[in-house]
Design a protein around this ligand. Structure first.
Ligand SMILES: [Mn+2]
Length: 240
């Protein structure tokens, strides 16, 4: 099972960026990183999860997770992938129908390697910045106070929220999360970065031919727009 939380200290030498769902579109991500002159020796990139499924390069996920400057939390697609790869599929959603077919084309040992690596991703990352602590959770946070978040042993109910919920977005809930400078989510695909209180939704569909990646500078909270189009508001796909 995914471990709890990882904390990163202040990056005094370079910049920190967060990026939304990648979904196996690593080449397009690299193109976006080039537009901000991303420097692998000093900059860091934090993914809010959903590294795999849908895109054509999901099989490259282990190469990316091996990069010392790339850090990721677990999204619902990473979760479905590791559960299937390790022989315990998540039965509430048809993984293959939601972009997961690539996994089943791989050799069994490669599936195992990917499964173990994705199962080791944390559910929560917090990053210290010059302006305070920034949190990353894939889909949603059930707490109004970051200090109330469990540091370990997340409950099944909380994990379900972290991975799948769209409640905050659906309700357009603007109460900020206390004791936190900013919270960053992916999962909910939006035409441009959406801010509710201090919660930033940054999945602008860089994984889609019709969208673009947003790179959110965690030190300044300035959003950098990668190349590509602007998605039209979409009717959200219901997983379950
Ligand atoms: Mn997701």
């Amino acid at each position: 099972m995914n471990p709890s939380s990882l904390s990163f200290s202040l990056n005094e030498k370079g910049r920190d960026f967060a990026v939304g769902d990648i979904h196996g579109c690593f080449s397009a991500l690299q193109t976006a990183l080039d537009t901000v002159n991303f420097c692998p020796t000093v900059d860091r990139l934090f993914s809010v999860g959903d590294l795999v499924d849908r895109g054509a390069e999901s099989h490259l996920v282990l190469d990316w997770l091996a990069k010392p400057w790339f850090h990721a939390i677990c999204g619902n697609h990473d979760f479905m992938t590791w559960r299937a790869a390790l022989g315990n599929p998540y039965l509430e959603v048809d993984h293959q129908m939601h972009g997961g077919a690539w996994l089943y084309d791989l050799e069994a040992d490669e599936q195992q390697r990917i499964g173990h690596r994705l199962a080791s991703l944390p559910l929560v990352i917090e990053v210290q910045t010059p302006n305070g602590l920034v949190g990353l959770v894939h889909a949603d946070c059930p707490y109004d106070d970051w200090a109330a978040m469990p540091k370990g042993n997340h409950s099944e109910v909380d994990i379900d929220y972290y991975l799948w919920s769209i409640e905050r977005y659906k309700r357009q809930y603007t109460v900020p999360v206390r004791n936190l400078h900013a919270l960053v989510h992916g999962h909910m695909t939006v035409p441009e970065m959406k801010i509710l209180g201090n919660v930033h939704f940054i999945d602008t569909g860089g994984w889609s031919d019709r969208g673009h990646f947003t790179l959110l500078d965690l030190h300044t909270l300035k959003a950098h727009r990668g190349p590509g189009e602007t998605l039209k508001p979409i009717v959200r796909l219901n997983y379950r």
